[in-house]
Design a protein around this ligand. Structure first.
Ligand code: NAD
Length: 374
């Protein structure tokens, strides 16, 4: 069994294996070939990979005879020329936005597995790239907000007078939101948070933050379907908008993370609400790529509206390449270990397994995933 680890395209700083996971694959009996320079942006040299037991080489050399191909983002299909028929490609393949690429993998006989479609079940937690990367994004959103804010976060009582603590509001308390709350608290901000899922109220309190919830109108009971939020009723949305209007004018920093799978991100802050915020306030919109939670937000840019800086954050995990690569690589290694057939010395992916059927996109030259075929 040969594993190929690809160097990423420009703009992607992460890598899909680290020396620790190379050793794990070697322990399973696999050989690992890493494309030269693949780890450099994540501060892993070719020598580091070689010391862990990998070989390094050119793209054609690492692809030659590989059974498993790892990549953080889906490689251009043409760059996989020479890969063997039936090779498994594992990574974050962005299937809904890159359907043509997935079709090209299928035609080339590549069996593509999109790890971002990992189901939210306990067994899959250690393989979940969305969680591992969102956690880092939640942290970095607060750090970036602090850097863009012209004032301090913690309360400081000094001989020259008192600096008041910053007020930070987190909207959407999933994996990123929870880490944003924790990071804001560590930096000394006064933190409040809201979500549509009632189960998050206790989580917010357990981190020492104040829950801000719509009362008297039903949002989403418990965890929501599969751990995800769905759309809320018009009545709830109106009540939520009123609640936000009352709260947001007092905030210095807002981190928005609200996403609904397969839908545009819900609009949580309108232009009129922005206008009520204090000049110098900072918003980091982690849903920018999905259309944004904040009116006027531009993905990948910082815009200033009504004196408020709105950072349209995109792929923040890429700004922490060493940690992001380590967690991403361990997610892949955990996936491989979970489906490793020791006797055969290869991956065995049963079609009727809940994880396999969720992440597998292509098989035998065809797209087979129900989210793409249905
Ligand atoms: P997500 O990225 O899908 O969404 C971010 C948050 O935004 C969610 O908490 C969601 O409820 C919230 N949201 C949606 N619409 C909103 C609105 N209009 N107003 C306010 N908030 C809104 O969420 P996520 O980070 O992927 O996590 C969702 C849940 O799934 C969490 O409870 C998490 O712990 C769980 N989870 C479980 C597993 C697993 O068991 N393997 C893996 C990952 C996440």
């Amino acid at each position: 069994m040969k594993v190929a680890v690809l160097a990423e395209a420009a703009g992607e700083t992460r890598v899909s294996a680290i020396p620790e996971t190379v050793k794990k694959f070697a322990a399973l009996g696999a050989s690992v070939a890493v494309e030269r320079g693949a780890g450099l942006a994540a501060t892993i040299s070719d020598a580091d990979f070689e010391a862990a037991g990998a070989t390094t080489g050119t793209r054609p050399e690492v692809l030659d005879g590989a059974d498993l191909i790892f990549s953080v983002t889906g490689p251009e299909p043409a760059s996989l020329a020479g890969a063997k028929e039936g090779a498994l490609l594992v990574g974050a393949l962005d299937p809904l936005r890159r359907r043509d690429v997935i079709e090209a993998y299928a035609s080339a006989g590549i069996e593509a597995l999109a790890l971002e479609w990992m189901p939210r079940i306990t067994r899959a937690q250690s393989m979940d790239i969305l969680s591992s990367q969102s956690n880092l994004s939640g942290y970095k959103a607060v750090v970036d907000a602090a850097a863009a804010f012209g004032r301090a976060f913690p309360m400081m009582m000094t001989a020259a007078g008192t600096v008041h603590p910053a007020k930070l509001f987190v909207m959407g308390v999933g994996v990123a939101g929870l880490q944003a709350i924790a990071t804001g608290r560590r930096l000394g901000a006064q933190v409040s948070a809201t979500d549509v899922r009632s189960a998050t109220r206790e989580q917010i309190q357990s981190l020492g933050a104040k829950p801000i919830f719509v009362e008297g109108v039903q949002g989403i009971e418990g965890e929501g379907q599969g751990g995800y939020a769905g759309e809320t009723s018009a009545e709830y949305q109106k009540a939520q908008a009123e609640l936000v209007s009352g709260h947001i004018a007092k905030q210095d920093i807002v981190i928005t993370t609200a996403l609904i799978p397969g839908r545009p991100a819900p609009r949580l802050i309108s232009d009129a609400q922005l206008a009520t915020m204090k000049p110098g306030s900072v918003i980091v919109d982690l849903a920018a790529e999905a259309g944004g939670n904040v009116e006027g937000c531009v993905a990948g840019e910082t815009v200033q509206l009504h004196g408020v800086k709105i950072i349209g954050a995109v792929q923040l995990a890429r700004t922490l390449p060493a940690d992001a690569s380590a967690l991403f690589s361990r997610n892949i290694a955990n996936f491989v270990a979970a489906f490793w057939d020791k006797d055969a010395g290869r991956l065995a992916l049963p079609d009727d397994d809940e994880i396999v059927s969720a992440v597998r996109l292509t098989k035998n030259g065809k797209i087979v995933n129900a989210r793409l075929t249905g």
